[in-house]
Ligand binder design. Structure first.
Ligand SMILES: [Zn+2]
Ligand SMILES: [Zn+2]
Ligand SMILES: [Zn+2]
Length: 284
């Protein structure tokens, strides 16, 4: 699988446009990999993880077209991961023709957020029919944690994220041709239910992209700092969930708790992991 990081920041972006803290100021000076948009990734040009608010900016910056995206896995409906206006941007309502039907996999809460936007726009919805068909060029698949399902050529396992108890947030194990990505943002320390499901699934990850929101700050719930991040990796190793050539990436980085990219890379290198950045391409 070919993976492209479209964005690697936490919810406010990095730098946060409204912030002049030393991290944000240095990130502006350094530019390049220290400038992060809100988190999303593109796999093989056909699978997106999250319809995030910075997709349009990412497409401009990296000279990309998303016209061939057939599938989207939505982690959760927080606004730094789901901007429902993109559904119109890819539809006949914005003059777009000839793109493939989008298969959209999301929780009930995320789907309800999408439907409420459609109603705001007075789209005549068959609300009880989850296949919206031609109107939005969309096929919705409601999923829940611990579902295993095919997404075109990919095999996917959804898992419960330890994030915001008022919603259902999900992590994904995505597999194709024996290569396995564990996409784990936004989450705090993984729950025992999730560890059990990962063990039963039995796949060894060739790549992990995991929450590092609170980096150098204290331990947290709902997101992780560097200690919690390293503890999860250690447990993956002890549970035999990491392939020999596994690459581990810190992802979803907040300006208030992580230094600009070069300094974070220095710390990560000493501790056996890598730091994602916008525009980074990885062969999983
Ligand atoms: Zn987030
Ligand atoms: Zn800042
Ligand atoms: Zn979130």
């Amino acid at each position: 699988m070919h993976l492209l990081f479209l964005g690697t920041a936490a919810s406010e972006g990095y730098p946060d446009a409204f912030c002049n803290c030393s991290n944000c100021a240095r990130a502006r000076q350094l530019g390049g990999a220290s400038l992060r948009k809100r988190s999303a990734v593109l796999i093989n040009n056909d699978l997106l993880i999250d319809f995030g608010p910075d997709l349009m900016a990412a497409a401009l910056q990296h000279n990309l077209s998303f016209a061939n995206v057939h599938y989207c896995l939505q982690t959760h409906e927080h606004s730094d991961h789901l901007d429902t206006s993109h559904f119109f941007s890819r539809s006949q309502f914005c003059g777009v023709q000839g793109t493939p039907r989008l298969h959209y996999y999301a929780s009930q809460g995320a789907i309800e957020k999408l439907f409420s936007t459609f109603l705001d726009y007075k789209i005549d919805l068959p609300v009880n029919d989850i296949d919206l068909g031609d109107q939005m060029n969309l096929c919705i698949h409601m999923i829940a944690p611990q579902d295993e399902f095919a997404v075109g050529p990919y095999n996917v396992l959804s898992l419960h994220a330890n994030h915001d108890p008022s919603i259902t947030a999900m992590l994904y194990v995505i597999e194709r041709n024996d290569r396995v990505l564990f996409y784990a943002t936004d989450t705090g320390e993984l729950s025992e239910v999730t560890w059990q499901a990962l063990k039963e699934h039995g796949r060894k990850f060739t790549m992990v992209a995991m929450d590092h929101t609170f980096g150098f700050a204290g331990r947290s719930n709902g997101h992780m700092n560097r200690e919690q991040f390293l503890e999860q990796i250690e447990r993956m190793r002890s549970e035999d969930l990491l392939a020999d050539d596994a690459r581990i990436f810190a992802h979803h980085l907040a300006h208030h708790s992580n230094p600009p990219h070069p300094e974070l890379v220095e710390y990560a290198q000493q501790h056996g992991y890598e730091v994602a950045y916008d525009g980074l391409r990885v062969e999983v």
